[in-house]
Design a protein around this ligand. Structure first.
Ligand SMILES: O=P(O)(O)O[C@H]1O[C@H](CO)[C@@H](O)[C@H]1O
Ligand SMILES: O=c1cc[nH]c(=O)[nH]1
Length: 320
């Protein structure tokens, strides 16, 4: 742990959900308030070692994505877009004491990596949501910016998710808790999705659509790929499955959106998922884009989200 607080700086215990007119982050765990200290182990932060309200109390936008490099690049981009002083090159990884996740703060924007897959996202979200709660953050918008495989859409398209669905095209996330399966809704904030879509229309040559996003537990067999180490189904079965997904409204496939939608919804966070498609899965399985195109595609959600944040902050006349 990096910083040790003097006793007088100990963060207040939480009665913050009772403030009027502001939307605070809810934690739904009766045991938390009774804990003398909360160590956010995978973020290398804690309530006794860090003054979380001072460090994070002004956060209004949380942006998450799988890759640490992408989230650092996004933080540097936001530093430039928000016209903050300095080059930003010396920006520090707040979670440098752990190599599980990275985290950067740029004004009111927090940029965090979550790794690949539901378990990695879920662990990060438990600790992030507690962090926002301990920091007494209010009116926070959270957006996942990712990559995905498209279904029936041109590579490079940006899909804004209206509903995250599971591999059966159902709007649910099933969490195993003890030896029970608990089913949670994966609806996302429709108004936020619309706001992002409207923002995308102001960016020239920026193919964007709203649709369902399918979240799977695996990149290969779980997404019907024929190019994994294991494959027990035919090309016809693959195409039939993806076409049925398309008919059910699915426009892209990735690996975190259901748990992200479910947890954010339960904790009162307005959440969105914005993913660029790297290929059309009806056409192929391998991602064989040249590096520069891959980099440019990954920047598309970043550009959209940066414009959205600037618009929310009243800085929309600033162009990059
Ligand atoms: O680009 P990110 O955010 O990592 O998301 C997608 O890419 C990974 C697979 O390559 C999965 O995590 C999937 O959800
Ligand atoms: O096909 C793809 C591409 C990116 N991420 C996924 O999960 N699937």
């Amino acid at each position: 742990m990096a910083s040790i607080l003097p006793a007088s700086n100990k963060p207040m215990r939480s009665d913050q959900n009772t403030y009027v007119g502001k939307s605070f982050v809810h934690v739904k765990n009766p045991y938390l308030d009774a804990m003398d200290e909360d160590i956010l182990y995978h973020l290398d932060l804690g309530t006794k070692t860090h003054n979380l309200p001072a460090m994070f109390g002004d956060v209004k936008f949380v942006c998450v994505g799988g890759s640490p490099n992408r989230m650092k690049a996004f933080a540097l981009f936001m530093h430039q877009e928000l016209r903050l002083p300095g080059s930003g090159e010396d920006i520090e990884d707040i979670c440098a004491g752990t190599d599980r996740y990275c985290m950067y703060k740029v004004g009111p924007v927090l940029s965090i990596s979550h790794g690949m897959g539901i378990p990695s996202m879920s662990i990060m979200l438990h600790e992030l949501i507690k962090l926002l709660h301990h920091a007494q953050c209010c009116d926070v918008t959270i957006i996942r910016m990712g990559t995905s495989g498209g279904i029936g859409v041109a590579p490079g398209s940006v899909v804004i998710t209206d509903t995250a669905v599971d591999s059966f095209f159902k709007p649910r996330f099933e969490q195993v808790i003890l030896d029970n399966i608990v089913t949670r809704s994966t609806e996302l904030d429709k108004e936020l999705a619309e706001e992002l879509f409207n923002c995308s229309r102001e960016i020239p040559n920026f193919p964007t659509l709203i649709g369902h996003t399918m979240c799977t537990y695996d990149f290969y067999e779980g997404q019907g790929r024929l190019d994994g180490a294991l494959c027990s189904f035919s090309r016809e079965k693959k195409v039939d499955y993806l076409k049925r997904a398309y008919i059910a409204g699915v426009r892209n496939i990735e690996m975190e959106s259901t748990v992200f939608a479910a947890m954010c919804r339960l904790c009162g966070l307005k959440a969105a998922v914005v993913c660029v498609t790297l290929l059309d899965r009806l056409e192929c399985d391998q991602i064989n884009l040249p590096h520069d195109i891959l980099v440019e595609y990954q920047q598309r959600p970043q550009l959209l989200i940066s414009n959205f944040i600037k618009q929310r902050l009243g800085l929309c006349d600033q162009t990059s």
